[in-house]
Design a protein around this ligand. Structure first.
Ligand SMILES: [Zn+2]
Length: 239
């Protein structure tokens, strides 16, 4: 590749958010030689029914690092409690630093229009950081970016006050199995917390192989619906 590789930085609220929303696209960018980093802005330490605090935060960080290995990306989990993320000035400065450290060209995050307070906080703080990331006297000890990154939003399903509009959609079929492998790393979520909160914990198989086989069809359904919502953009971009 003759041009400088792009630097892509994704901010999710929890350790699995970026994986679910951008894991496949991340693999495709990596295959082209671009740099991809995921940041989970909380440590996910309340995302379980029987486990919590430090042990859960450490477990979720390990899951995120295993997922990162599969996608060949960097993954940083910030040590902020789950459910307590606030889009304040100190968090904004941290986001500015993270953007500057990797010289981000493209930044992705949740929209500030979301059911989850942490997701909303990510959307707000990233938007606020993107506005000042080029200003030299904001967080002056970290060299500024000379050009603001392009900021995009992960897909979501929220309709009010304004619906998600998929302007760009990336066909990730060719890496779908690796994306399942990536999501499969988030054991505490895929096989424990999410089935528990959905009232179907008793359906989760015991062996690792059976679990992955159980996970895949649910992901096909989930991402199939995402693709259907993006059908117009996909047609426009891929024909
Ligand atoms: Zn989340």
């Amino acid at each position: 590749m003759s041009e400088k590789p792009l630097s892509i930085l994704c901010f999710g609220a929890h350790p699995d958010d970026c994986d679910l929303r951008f894991g496949g696209a991340a693999m495709m960018y990596r295959a082209l030689g671009h740099r991809v980093k995921f940041v989970s802005m909380t440590n996910g330490d309340t995302g379980h029914f029987s486990m919590g605090g430090g042990p859960l935060a450490r477990r979720r960080n390990e899951e995120a690092q295993a997922a990162a290995k599969i996608a060949d990306i960097e993954y940083e989990v910030l040590d902020i409690h789950n459910g307590e993320l606030e889009p304040n000035v100190s968090l904004r400065k941290l986001v500015i630093k993270l953007m500057r450290q990797v010289e981000a060209d493209l930044v992705l995050c949740h929209r500030a229009n979301d059911y989850h307070p942490d997701h909303r906080a990510v959307g707000t703080v990233v938007q606020d950081a993107a506005y000042t990331v080029t200003v030299p006297n904001v967080a002056p000890l970290t060299p500024r970016l000379t050009r603001g990154p392009v900021v995009g939003y992960f897909y979501d399903n929220f309709k009010l006050p304004n619906p998600y509009v998929p302007h760009i959609s990336i066909d990730t079929d060719e890496v779908f199995d690796r994306k399942v492998d990536m999501v499969h790393c988030h054991e505490s979520q895929m096989y424990e917390w999410l089935p528990y909160s959905g009232g179907r914990l008793d359906e989760v198989p015991d062996s690792e192989e059976d679990r992955r086989a159980w996970l895949k069809p649910s992901l096909i359904k989930r991402f199939g619906a995402v693709a259907d919502n993006s059908r117009e953009a996909l047609k426009k971009l891929y024909g």
